[in-house]
Design a protein around this ligand. Structure first.
Ligand SMILES: Cc1cc2nc3c(=O)[nH]c(=O)nc-3n(C[C@H](O)[C@H](O)[C@H](O)COP(=O)(O)OP(=O)(O)OC[C@H]3O[C@@H](n4cnc5c(N)ncnc54)[C@H](O)[C@@H]3O)c2cc1C
Length: 339
């Protein structure tokens, strides 16, 4: 689509975020290079216009029309920058569609991202969100992240240690939120398959003699069964992050709920599946206005066609409240509310 001017009337961005809730923004600008982004930022700053980077909009809830310009990366390309007998370093432009990147790596025989197949979104956001699935997080394979400082226009290269990655978390979501726009991400992948099949029913789905392609196929098949296709039913994937609680608190809860699952995080904390907490409270299929808890996976809130952002936010708040009232556990949205 053509770039839009920041001035004048609002444009429709309903199809540019996966909830599909009618939304408008003051403008939409695409940049295809670091230099183009720097020029855009310079112009927006000089005119005092608000802006925000956006990928495929697959983790966003716009609470109302966005009073600024959305900046979308069209920086493409996947480049092999270094290799040795064991590993490759591969740089991808922030505008590359994440699953295209995964498909390319699998076809090239590079291992590390196959479990992250079919996650919506683009390469730039993968490094912000620290996307994860089936026991793998993207920070396991990130080597460095290149980004432009929105205040100065300078390019900064963040090494892995500087990104402060945690569970669905990074420095770009915390202290540097809104400060950098990512232009490329470099991943370190293995030339030998390093299968991680110990999560959920993946091993069973893959069967004997796995290959990178068979793991990718199995992940896609499971995800298609469990999650809504964004072009059919609006959603932003898992609405809540799994809460991390102390082991002592978990032991207390276990006395009341002996079947409560958990994944150890470290010596003192465990992660409890938010989906289990919500499911047990009977939320599956419940709705508020046009927003509904997805019947196949109650961690997902879907737009049944007529949802407003208020419907989604109200349903999410009700769910979080009931989880707190029952278990005294706070569950927080994974979805970014844009207010
Ligand atoms: C059906 C479905 C299933 C999903 N499954 C998973 C899953 O298994 N695991 C998982 O981790 N996530 C999952 N998600 C969530 C989503 O796919 C990820 O969060 C993804 O990384 C978002 O990418 P995006 O390009 O759509 O980013 P957006 O939603 O557009 O943006 C997300 C955030 O990143 C920022 N951002 C975007 N691009 C840039 C950039 N270039 N520089 C700086 N900041 C930027 C935005 O400002 C925003 O804060 C799922 C979503 C859906 C709809």
């Amino acid at each position: 689509m053509d770039n839009q001017s920041a001035a004048g009337c609002y444009i429709d961005i309903t199809k540019r975020h996966t909830f599909g809730i009618p939304t408008r923004a003051m403008g939409w600008q695409e940049y295809g290079s670091v230099e183009a982004l720097q020029a855009l930022l310079n112009d927006l700053r000089s005119r005092n216009v608000d802006f925000m980077p956006i990928g495929q909009g697959s983790n966003l809830l716009f609470l109302h029309d966005y009073r600024g310009v959305l900046l979308h990366s069209a920086i493409g390309g996947v480049e092999l920058v270094e290799q040795d007998a064991d590993n490759v370093l591969v740089r991808a432009g922030s505008g590359v569609v994440w699953d295209d990147f995964v498909a390319y790596c699998v076809a090239s025989g590079w291992s590390g991202v196959e479990n992250l197949s079919y996650i919506p979104g683009e390469v730039g956001a993968s490094a912000v969100q620290n996307i994860g699935a089936y026991g793998v997080e993207v920070c396991d394979v990130i080597s460095c992240v290149e980004a432009v400082d929105v205040m100065t226009g300078c390019v900064h290269k963040f090494l892995l240690d500087e990104c402060a990655y945690g569970y669905r978390d990074s420095i770009f979501k915390q202290s540097l939120r809104g400060r950098y726009i990512i232009t490329s991400v470099t991943y370190k992948l293995s030339r030998r398959p390093l299968f991680r099949l110990d999560y959920g029913n993946l091993q069973q789905a893959v069967g004997e003699n796995p290959t990178l392609q068979s793991v990718r196929d199995a992940v896609i098949e499971i995800r298609r069964r469990k999650l809504p296709e964004t072009n059919e039913l609006g959603s932003a994937g898992s609405f809540f992050v799994n809460p991390v609680i102390s082991r002592s608190r978990y032991d207390e809860l276990l006395r009341r709920y002996p079947d409560m699952p958990h994944y150890p995080v470290d010596e003192t904390t465990v992660k409890v599946p938010a989906g289990w907490l919500i499911d047990r409270l009977g939320w599956k299929g419940k709705s508020r206005g046009g927003a509904m808890v997805y019947p196949q996976q109650c961690l997902v809130i879907v737009n049944t066609g007529s949802a407003t952002a208020d419907d989604v936010a109200a349903l999410a708040a009700d769910i979080a409240r009931s989880v707190w009232e029952t278990y005294r556990i706070t569950i927080k949205p994974e979805v970014n509310y844009i207010g």
